[in-house]
Design a protein around this ligand. Structure first.
Ligand SMILES: NC(=O)c1ccc[n+]([C@@H]2O[C@H](COP(=O)([O-])OP(=O)(O)OC[C@H]3O[C@@H](n4cnc5c(N)ncnc54)[C@H](OP(=O)(O)O)[C@@H]3O)[C@@H](O)[C@H]2O)c1
Length: 246
């Protein structure tokens, strides 16, 4: 096994994409430290995946948690996946608080862990893989600040990569931009919201977006990208698989 894949941190590991990514990494022999706020949900993942999964209940947006986990666990892979479910409403029905929710969770936690990874620093050969969204490319008019928060995550990848290069750290930064899928809680809210907006049933909306992205495919894609030293910087992922951005 490649050295950097011995121990990984996965944020948002209790449900949806994060749980599937943790399962795929554990299946490949990686020890995973899984972070989410709901302790019992994380414990259920531990029950399913066994001792290779270590639950750490906490808010992933905290700088102190990021620094402590990196210092004590020495991960070679960070999968920055945690995210809030955006409030589904058009802009005129959003409040500033609802509009900025994904900035406060998704972007803030990638900011905290990117800084901590550079300051520690992670060992040469390590990988920081952040989960953005296809919405970062085309917008998402029902999701408040979601698309812009996910676009900021793309910039954080670029900034992290630049600083790592300048300091000769040998840390690889990658961003994944998944298509909307009801397989995760965030996509489930999106599918329900956009189906209602376009006046079709949830089932018809999903049928119109086949092939739909599955949790298994997300898990496999993260393992593949983490293990490919010469990967590109950014990939979309949908039901048909990975494709480089740009
Ligand atoms: N599903 C999609 O269609 C889709 C498409 C593109 C991108 N994405 C992105 O993929 C990621 C995962 O989405 P998902 O659909 O799998 O979501 P999900 O099923 O709702 O899971 C979200 C995970 O994030 C955790 N989380 C939320 N806030 C947190 C915080 N402050 N600190 C620590 N953990 C936190 C949740 O646990 P707790 O609530 O217990 O903390 C949960 O484990 C998100 O970043 C999302 O934006 C999803």
């Amino acid at each position: 096994m490649q050295n950097h894949l011995r121990t990984a941190v996965v944020t948002g590991a209790s449900r949806g994409f994060g749980r599937a990514i943790a399962a795929a990494l554990v299946a490949g022999g990686t020890d995973v430290v899984g972070i989410a706020r709901n302790g019992p949900e994380l414990d259920a993942v531990r029950g399913e995946l066994g001792p290779a999964f270590t639950p750490v209940a906490g808010d992933a947006t905290g700088d102190a948690l990021a620094e402590e986990v990196i210092r004590t666990r020495r991960p070679g892979l960070l999968v920055l996946n945690a995210g809030a479910t955006p409030p589904m409403a058009p802009v005129q029905e959003q409040t500033w608080e609802s509009f900025s929710r994904n900035w406060e969770v998704d972007t803030r936690h990638v900011f905290a862990w990117t800084g901590a990874a550079l300051r520690a620093p992670l060992a040469p050969g390590s990988v920081v893989l952040s989960v953005s969204s296809g919405a970062a490319l085309g917008g998402s008019p029902l999701s408040g600040g979601y698309a812009s928060a996910k676009a900021a995550i793309r910039y954080l990848r670029q900034y992290g990569d630049e600083e790592a290069r300048r300091a000769g750290l040998g840390i690889r930064f990658v961003t994944l931009l998944p298509d909307m899928t009801p397989a995760g809680g965030v996509g489930e809210a999106g599918v329900t919201g956009y189906a209602a907006r376009t006046g079709v049933s949830r089932e018809a909306f999903i049928e119109g977006r086949q092939p739909i992205l599955t949790l298994e495919r997300i898990g496999r894609a993260v393992v593949e990208l983490a293990g490919t030293p010469d990967s590109g910087p950014e990939y979309r992922i949908g039901g048909a698989g990975l494709s480089p951005v740009g």
